[in-house]
Design a protein around this ligand. Structure first.
Ligand code: SF4
Length: 425
């Protein structure tokens, strides 16, 4: 059922009298199953919208609107499509008891893949889903391939019924759908020759596969460590070599690198990150591919707009993954703002020390790191560690951390956001 959560004041929908709680039934006689149906079927300038009001009255609106005028409706959140796999490395198994409830949802939803760039395996598609992807031309899709060999992929996904991925992608590609893909590398399963074959198969699909990210498996101390282990430095290095072999070829033949190792892969391998220009506009930066180079470049370009913080002392809290890269970034930021910066790398006591990304740090880690640290004028915390509703992964609120910290806090994704805001304050 598709229901209205909110209506923008003075919007077309509020003028029509649509209110929160209204059920959206059909557009031009077609049933509305979810937000995709609504968005695509309401894209025309004129259509018939059939609704049921909270009082149970059914109304049909004959809607005409100038091109681009939004309806002003926010829908209730969609129910998430559940995953049909049971990967040994699933992040859900890596959660400790008591983690945020949403972290226990194994989602595998092609709709969110299209809308938000979430990776999906496409193993749970029904014929109706395939038809919708084609009808609505949901492109690009973000697809977790992991291995193009069907048997290896079934083993990785722990799903004996997973369809072969290449024919699936090829069928979609023949209708113009494009993909960003990723390979999560699990040592002894899909590295070495399997990785080589997967990259060769994906590369052979031509421009249907826009980019490929190669990411090391991420485990926590709660993961199924009897079944899966992290890459060694040498294994990560071999994966980097494979990536760079293909990216060199792709750059020569297609003008872009096409395949990219994630920052974690380079860190694991102990190799320097490629230069910013090798990331071709950072198509998978949200997937941790090139995030460091992206940040460094941004600080450099925006140095003129950062606050003058001469004489101030700023503490930067981050995860251990970024800590080794911070000195170079902070040197630039310090020279622009005049402040002195100090970085504290927090260990993840919630997921365990193998989880080093800042975004998964629990509130408790910040609480402990900031407690009693006098002498700072400001502390920057990674914005990605806090949900939209202001809580960390362990359900501790930002407000709670702010209450006990001895200095003002700012959330920051990029330094330039927080220090730009300081300049404006
Ligand atoms: S595809 Fe694997 S990692 Fe992703 S949610 Fe499903 S079981 Fe977990």
């Amino acid at each position: 059922m598709l229901r209205v959560a909110a209506v923008e004041p003075s919007s077309l929908s509020s003028e029509l009298g649509i209110v929160p709680g209204t059920e959206l039934l059909t557009i031009n006689g077609r049933d509305l199953g979810d937000f995709l149906d609504f968005e695509f079927l309401s894209a025309d300038e004129a259509f018939l919208l059939h609704v049921r009001t909270p009082a149970g009255e059914e109304i049909e609106y004959d809607i005409e609107r100038p091109e681009g005028l939004p309806l002003g409706i926010t829908l209730e959140p969609p129910s998430i499509r559940r995953c049909s796999n049971r990967c040994d490395f699933c992040f859900v198994d890596g959660n400790p008891d008591g983690a945020r409830r949403t972290l226990f949802i194994r989602d595998d939803d092609y709709r969110l893949s299209f809308r938000h760039g979430n990776f999906a395996t496409l193993t749970n598609l029904k014929q109706r889903d395939v038809d919708r992807i084609l009808e609505y031309r949901l492109s690009p899709l973000y697809v977790s391939v992991h291995a193009t060999d069907p048997e290896v992929r079934r083993r990785l996904l722990r799903n004996p019924r997973a369809p072969a991925i290449l024919p699936q992608l090829e069928e979609f590609a023949s209708h113009g759908i494009r993909f960003h893909t990723q390979v999560v590398v699990v040592p002894g399963v899909n590295d070495g020759p399997v990785l080589e074959r997967s990259l060769a198969d994906l590369y052979a699909m031509g421009d249907a596969v826009l980019t490929t990210a190669v990411v090391p498996v991420a485990l926590t101390s709660h993961s199924k460590l009897d079944l899966v282990r992290a890459l060694t430095g040498a294994e990560a290095g071999a994966a980097v070599d494979e990536v760079e072999r293909w990216s060199t070829r792709a750059r020569r033949e297609r003008g872009e690198g096409w395949v990219y190792g994630s920052d974690e892969l380079y860190l694991n391998a102990g190799r320097p990150f490629p230069p910013e220009s090798d990331y071709d506009g950072f198509p998978q930066v949200e997937n941790g591919v090139g995030a460091v180079r992206f940040l460094q470049g941004l600080v450099e370009r925006e140095r003129a707009s950062l606050a003058d913080l001469r004489g101030r002392h700023v503490l930067v809290c981050t995860g251990r993954a970024m800590a080794s890269l911070m000195p170079a970034i902070l040197e630039t930021v310090a020279s622009v703002t005049g402040a002195t910066f100090e970085c504290v790398a927090l260990e993840n006591g919630y997921f365990g020390p193998t989880v080093t990304t800042a975004g998964l740090l629990p509130g408790q880690a910040f609480l402990e790191a900031l407690r009693g640290r006098e002498g700072y004028d400001l502390a920057l915390l990674p914005a990605e560690a806090v949900s939209d509703s202001g809580v960390f992964i362990d359900d501790l609120s930002l407000a709670e951390v702010e209450r006990t910290a001895p200095m003002p806090l700012r959330l920051s994704y990029t330094f330039t956001d927080a220090l730009g805001a300081e300049a404006a304050a």
